[in-house]
Design a protein around this ligand. Structure first.
Ligand SMILES: [Zn+2]
Length: 229
């Protein structure tokens, strides 16, 4: 059985399907997605958003540089691919008539640009979602135990509370990227009880996940998906 990580919080909403896939699916992660069409974006560690409202433009979205994608189209899986970076899956369950979902990719650069907040703001602007109603699942990613960063990263991220100094190693810190994204979501108006964060560290569990830190350039990518039914 190939493993799929799920958020119990997102599982409580029957209008969506979601999953954080693992390396059990190998290089062809499409096998783990239960819907027929995928919406991918060209992830570039930024904070641009694609509003994917046209099923005929899926090929175009795939070539669009962005790290966040929103849709109201049913049966189309929004895909984020990662190896240590943070995958975020969003939905607004407050209004069954206005179903909308989103997915985002946050490495340290995307986190510095606050892609989590940008996604919440776009849901608000384009679909009139109230931030307090938005529900977000943050999937397996590199955690504080394994994510050592240097001065360059420290200087570009404003929330210094999430950096833990390393004894006897000046200008290096351990950073908790998933927790920091959770904090950014709360600052954007998302309720604490509407945020689920996976405790799994991708770099600690190489049996389950690809890790860029541990495996380098050749690391595969695990896909995370969310789709409206
Ligand atoms: Zn770890």
């Amino acid at each position: 059985m190939s493993r799929v990580i799920q958020s119990e919080l997102l599982n409580s909403f029957s209008f969506i399907q979601h999953g954080f896939l693992t390396r059990d699916f190998g290089k062809d992660q499409t096998k783990g997605i239960p819907v027929r069409q995928f919406c991918r974006i060209k992830q570039v560690h930024g904070n641009d958003v694609v509003v994917a409202q046209n099923e005929k433009k899926l090929e175009m979205y795939k070539q669009t540089s962005a790290d966040s994608v929103l849709t109201q189209l049913p049966q189309i899986a929004l895909i984020i691919s990662t190896a240590d970076c943070v995958p975020l899956l969003f939905c607004d369950p407050s209004d069954e008539g206005k179903k909308v979902i989103a997915a985002a990719h946050a490495g340290w650069r995307g986190t510095a640009k606050n892609v989590a907040q940008t996604t919440v703001q776009m849901l608000q602007k384009k679909f009139h979602c109230e931030p307090k109603n938005i529900v977000v699942a943050i999937g397996p990613a590199i955690q504080e135990c394994c994510y050592e960063v240097d001065r360059n990263v420290y200087d570009q991220i404003s929330q210094k509370d999430f950096f833990k100094p390393i004894a006897h190693k000046e200008n290096h810190w351990m950073l908790s990227l998933p927790q920091l994204n959770g904090h950014q979501l709360m600052k954007a108006g998302v309720s604490k009880e509407h945020i689920w964060i996976s405790p799994l560290c991708t770099a600690c569990h190489l049996d389950q996940f690809y890790s860029y830190r541990k495996e380098g350039e050749s690391a595969g990518r695990q896909w995370s998906f969310i789709a409206l039914r």
